[in-house]
Design a protein around this ligand. Sequence first.
Ligand SMILES: [Zn+2]
Ligand SMILES: [Zn+2]
Length: 426
Amino acid sequence: MRAVLDHVGIAVADLAAALAFYRDALGLEVEAPEEVVSQRVRAHVVPAGHSAIELLEATAPDSPIAKFVAKRGAGLHHVTLRVDDLRAALAQLKARGVRLIDDEPRPGAAGALVAFIHPSAAHGVLVELTQRDVDRPDLLVARLPFGNVQLTMLHDGPFRLDGGAMFGVVPRVLWERKAPPDDRNRIQLALRPLLVEGDWGHVLIDCGAGDKMSPKEQDIYALDRTHALDAALAETGWSADTIGFVLASHLHFDHFGGATARIANPAGSAPRVVPRFANARYAIRAAEWQDATHPHERNRASYLQDDFVPLQAAGVVDFYEGDEEIRPGVRVVRTGGHTGQHQIVFVESAGRTAVFVADLIPTTAHIQDPWIMGYDLFPMETLAFKKRFIREAIEREYLIVFEHDPHVAAGYIREQDGHRYVEKVR
Ligand SMILES: [Zn+2]
Ligand SMILES: [Zn+2]
């Protein structure tokens, strides 16, 4: 088996003292902490070349790390090796009579699979094996009661975009640990429309990429249509025909391609493109429509006319002008930046606020202010809006719905000791 050193875990009794050494004295970068609630531990990752040191801090007295420290003192807790196929690795170890703690892989942080080998088999060291399954985003349909509304995080399958383009001026050495690229330099992303239901009705915010792309385009974007929006809707008892209202964050194909469908015409005439949600009205910001229907060389590949022009022909578009309350408690706010009229959607109910941030903060890896996509037409506008918005989101505890994150559908942005991180909710 091929195994690469992933990280070394160190149980820490006094975090401030540990940071004084690893961060201040050694001068190493410490990432934002990640809380593993089930283990009652907070992990502070210190990247070191292709591997990392993980400082483990107990968050409760009955945490396994607290018990470890009480019994043996602070120090080396575990060594983690990364393997390509964890199941095969465990089978190989079992066949050799190696004592395991986990016979089967179990889910770890950030979509990884993990399993532990007993220290008695590894000469006194707890060895963890991990498989970072970047090819498998978490595409579960998540329903979340929120105030007096119900939020359903749907999905239209996984897709991939160029890693460099997703992170703009941020060098690959900084983003590749958070978003490992494949051999074509593409990173794994998801398409996650949001369904909001209230006593006033419902609204579907964005609708994925849809099924109109050619096999060649599907290959470029690694669209996997075996896990698409129709299946996700069916899981919640909905269907394309029961959706009555669709709201667009903007008209890029990965957000609004699913608004229309191509159907074959009888007698061999050319296929037609029709509204995909047969009984729906579509709410579109008038100025975004203007931009999308008058593309230029820089945005032409993102605005595909078949995604929206047939809607107007069918008479199902409701245009609106500015930042409006589209449905009770559901209002759009223009951010600009990504496109001139890009907007996010605030959902406010019973004193709580959730925000569908679309391409303002496409994934949890983009929560640092300057981590801005190369796709953005007006990056300085993105920066100005994002700085103000994220500060507000932290202070007012907005639930952030991430449309493109492969592993986190929704969470709270937190800040501790100047480091930002996302507390995952779904
Ligand atoms: Zn976009
Ligand atoms: Zn997008």
